[in-house]
Design a protein around this ligand. Sequence first.
Ligand code: COA
Length: 255
Amino acid sequence: MATVRVDGLDIHFETTGSQSPAVCLVHGTGGSAGVWTRQLDGLADLARVIALDLPGHGRSEGAVPSRIEDAALVVARFLDALGVPKVVIGGHSMGGAVAQQFALDYPERVDGLMLIGTGARLRVLPRLLDLLASDYPEGIRLLMDLAVGPGAPARLKDSLHRLTAANPPGVVLADLRACDAFDVLDRIGTVRTPTLALCGEEDQLTPPKYTRFFGEHVAGAATVIVSASGHYVQMERPEETTAALRRFVQALPRD
Ligand code: COA
């Protein structure tokens, strides 16, 4: 666990490995660096892996970024503070939106793009937004019901529920509102970096159609649909997910 000062805020991050390339991983709605535990371990021999808590999440200070563009700027400033000029940027769900935005806004800083359980447009069920605003615990329950596949172990579901519900009321809602406003369907095809898009075949929040879209619209993008997994594919199927990320990182052109 480490902390770096970014524009007056303490930003917490987890890091493993030391060699090039640098891989920066961005968590999703109501999450933290803790959603990447298995990938922090599983990529450590290949890369310098860095997983941050976005402002207002986990142990980082500050307010939750209200727009995906603002979160992408935070990631850029965070990498500046660490002295990391270029990265393979990866993200899950909302974090995948941040990764896409980062690739669009700072193409010269991106060596590769890893999109995990995400989409180029992330409309949110109106009922979910309404419930989170009117009855937060019930809204979290609905979100968690949609978040993992039917075969996910009860302990994983419980720990994800605890992690998400531990956020102060408002964090999850702010994240989902940022997702709801995110739409780069018309722009993502301009990305010219090696790209991997991966999701669980039972993902109800960002269905496989969203991942296939990347394969059809981003030049050379590889897609992987992981069987027997819902939205939290990096936690539900950590071996398969990490293996796909490893193959992607190993195949990247070397400087
Ligand atoms: N990639 C590819 N296609 C996408 C897309 C993406 N990221 N996002 C939307 N589309 C497609 C839809 O499949 C749909 O295609 P269709 O007309 O052929 O069926 C079309 O674009 C419009 O979809 P959308 O913008 O989502 O509006 P909608 O009114 O059809 O549906 C929801 C709204 C909220 C019901 C729907 O987006 C949904 O079920 N979302 C998943 C649940 C959720 O809340 N996820 C949270 C994400 S963080």
